[in-house]
Design a protein around this ligand. Structure first.
Ligand SMILES: NC(=O)c1ccc[n+]([C@@H]2O[C@H](COP(=O)([O-])OP(=O)(O)OC[C@H]3O[C@@H](n4cnc5c(N)ncnc54)[C@H](OP(=O)(O)O)[C@@H]3O)[C@@H](O)[C@H]2O)c1
Length: 233
């Protein structure tokens, strides 16, 4: 399905992004994974094998994003799966600077990636951003996560109409059994599992399938695919 395609996964060194990279490779793509830590990237590349290359990038730095895409060259699909350091406190307790830094990495990071990817994406190409189920539902301690995820979905819908025929979509994951659980949240998230209709957290591979679908489906743009195990509360 992705034969002769080049897929870039920013945030591809772990979790959902790593699963997207693995599935894209299995579908025949050449894959670039990118994130901040060279060690994580090289370990991930070794585990992935195949036609994968690595690029170090911090999406908080706009110039670095511009140079990153110049180095990658023409490509077909971008997946952004960045997870920043998230403040784990409640709204009234959180330090505003920490909240702004998280928002900067996740929301403005995806904004920078989408903006500077466009000139390198082939015309049939696509961008898939990542939100999260807190965009639509409220959980204690998740106010900043809700805000950044809702903003991400709104951004994707808005730019889909401006940069067509390049397609822009969002994957909205539910709670995933993550490689790197958020400090202070892991127990809370695990306790949610029995209340989900499917009685368990999701697997990164189950979320990743939605990115592959959106890369391939040439009539999907401006949409949000929710993969959340049926979260209802
Ligand atoms: N896991 C969940 O339960 C869940 C639920 C809903 C939504 N989501 C969303 O799904 C996405 C992936 O989550 P995940 O749990 O798979 O995350 P993860 O395993 O923590 O991976 C996050 C990736 O982002 C990279 N990264 C973080 N900050 C970066 C920056 N400033 N510049 C470049 N790369 C950066 C990390 O590598 P480095 O540290 O090396 O930079 C890593 O590759 C996130 O957007 C998250 O908010 C996750």
């Amino acid at each position: 399905m992705l034969k002769n395609s080049k897929v870039v996964v920013v945030g591809g060194s772990s979790g959902i992004g790593f699963a997207v990279a693995r599935q894209a490779l299995a579908a025949g793509a050449e894959v670039v994974i990118a994130s901040r830590s060279p060690d994580k990237l090289h370990t991930a590349a070794q585990q992935l094998g195949g036609r994968v290359s690595v690029q170090q990038i911090d999406v908080s730095d706009e110039q670095a994003v511009i140079e990153f895409f110049a180095c990658v060259g023409p490509f077909d699909h971008l997946a952004a799966t960045i997870k920043p350091q998230l403040p784990s406190g409640k709204f009234l307790d959180n330090d505003v600077a920490a909240v702004c830094a998280a928002f900067d990495a996740k929301f403005w990071g995806q904004y920078r990636l989408a903006k500077h990817a466009v000139r390198h994406l082939r015309p049939h190409g696509s961008i898939v951003l990542t939100s999260g189920v807190a965009a639509q539902r409220s959980y204690p301690g998740y106010s900043i996560v809700s805000a950044m995820n809702a903003a991400t979905e709104a951004l994707a819908r808005a730019i889909a109409i401006e940069i067509a025929p390049i397609r822009v979509n969002t994957v909205c994951p539910g709670f995933v059994d993550a490689d790197t659980p958020i400090a202070g949240r892991a127990d809370y998230v695990r306790k949610l599992a029995p209340n989900l209709p499917l009685n368990r957290l999701g697997a990164a591979d189950e979320i990743a399938e939605a990115y592959l679908y959106l890369f391939g489906n040439t009539y999907s743009t401006g949409s949000v695919i929710v993969v959340d195990g049926g979260v209802t509360c």
